[in-house]
Design a protein around this ligand. Structure first.
Ligand SMILES: Nc1nc2c(ncn2[C@@H]2O[C@H](COP(=O)(O)OP(=O)(O)OP(=O)(O)O)[C@@H](O)[C@H]2O)c(=O)[nH]1
Length: 347
């Protein structure tokens, strides 16, 4: 039997740096054919577009497969398995497959899917890499809810003190073979060290915790872990209950905690002023993630706009094709004031 194709799963919360790490990985491919399967939450395929627009010879359009919107963990049967079968049926099979999950996905159902007969003889999970946004974690974004813990102490009821963010964080870490503490450029050495120690304590035995800035890590460290994670699903089970129904491949975890929507507006005139405007809106509405592409008056290139919490980055990435308009996806916890955010972003 031919050797199984190794697949690496890259997980991590919204904006942790998954696409950035994958881009860095592709830059080191050195002739190795890496196929990508990209899954996003929200109606705008920004990650796939960024990878296709990066201009590297290694980011070939035909090697990038985008899953339909939603979370990979909930659409294993109807989306992930057929995509994988299509990829495996190609004459020129890839040397390695990298799967970027959406920031809200649980990796466990995806790992389990590798035991499905349709693909189990052909691919294996080489490793699950969980990226952690070092800065957001140090700021307490994924902390358990201290107010609820206090309330719990005061009453005998067993109140749930988890937050939707802390639950996802715990479950992504529980599944990892390697944890990357990313964005260390925004941390002091002591902060990075504390996080590394915490995560080492929290993770399964023998899981490596490494630090990175901009996802810059050697390809040989990231790929070739030989974990065969699908054979070891019990050890990496979910800590939290997410209302799963995992017998029929229709895993549904509680995405009701999060929502996303897209806005389209005309071209902008001043990127710096627009970024400031966006930053203000993010703060006012506690938006978790905002990203997309803007058309800038008089500029032939499109402007990529990336915001993770209050931190915004803009850069011209590739010539703008299609209508000269600005499209952004907004993601946050449920209850976003869509009308007010749309009005503010359209102003
Ligand atoms: N300062 C800093 N910024 C980073 C680092 N890694 C990624 N970023 C920035 O963080 C933003 C999000 O990065 P992505 O790679 O798109 O994150 P992601 O995890 O793919 O995001 P989603 O797919 O939306 O969950 C971008 O603006 C990146 O340039 C890092 O190590 N340091």
């Amino acid at each position: 039997m031919p050797a199984k194709i190794p697949a690496t799963i890259v997980t991590g919360f919204l904006g942790a740096g998954k696409t950035t790490l994958i881009r860095n990985l592709l830059a080191q491919a050195n002739g190795r054919r890496i196929a990508l399967i990209i899954n996003e939450f929200g109606d705008l395929g920004v990650d796939g577009d960024i990878l296709k627009g990066c201009g590297d010879a290694t980011c070939r359009d035909e090697d990038i497969m985008e899953l339909s919107n939603g979370c990979i963990c909930c659409t294993v049967a109807e989306d992930f398995i057929p995509t994988m079968e299509k990829l495996l049926a190609r004459d020129d099979a890839p040397d390695h497959i990298v799967i970027e999950t959406s920031g809200l996905a649980l990796p466990q159902p995806l790992v389990r899917a590798f035991n499905w007969p349709a693909i189990s003889t052909k691919v294996t999970v080489d490793g699950v890499i969980a990226l952690v946004d070092g800065k957001a974690t140090a700021e307490g974004r994924f902390a358990h809810d201290p107010a609820a813990v206090d309330a719990q102490r005061k009453s005998d009821d067993s109140l749930d003190h988890e937050t939707p963010l802390s639950e996802l964080f715990d479950d992504q870490i529980a599944c990892a073979d390697m944890i990357v503490v990313n964005k260390t450029d925004l941390l002091t050495e002591a902060e990075a060290e504390t996080l590394t120690t915490d995560l080492t304590t929290k993770s399964r035995d023998a899981v490596r915790v490494v630090k990175a800035a901009h996802g810059q890590l050697p390809l040989d460290l990231l790929l070739g872990q030989n974990a065969a994670a699908e054979a070891d699903t019990k050890a990496r089970h979910e800590i939290h209950h997410h209302h799963h129904d995992d017998e029929d491949g229709h895993d549904h975890h509680d995405h009701d905690d999060f929502e996303s929507f897209t806005i389209t507006r005309p071209e902008i005139t001043d990127p710096t002023a627009f970024a400031e405007q966006v930053a203000g809106i993010i703060r006012a509405h506690d938006i978790l993630r905002l990203k997309g592409f803007a058309a800038v008056e008089g500029k032939p290139m499109r402007l990529a706009l990336q915001a993770v919490g209050p931190r915004i980055e803009t850069y011209y990435d590739t010539p703008l094709t299609g209508p000269r308009e600005t499209r952004l996806v907004v993601i946050g916890q449920t209850g976003l004031d869509r009308a007010a955010i749309t009005r503010a972003l359209s102003a």
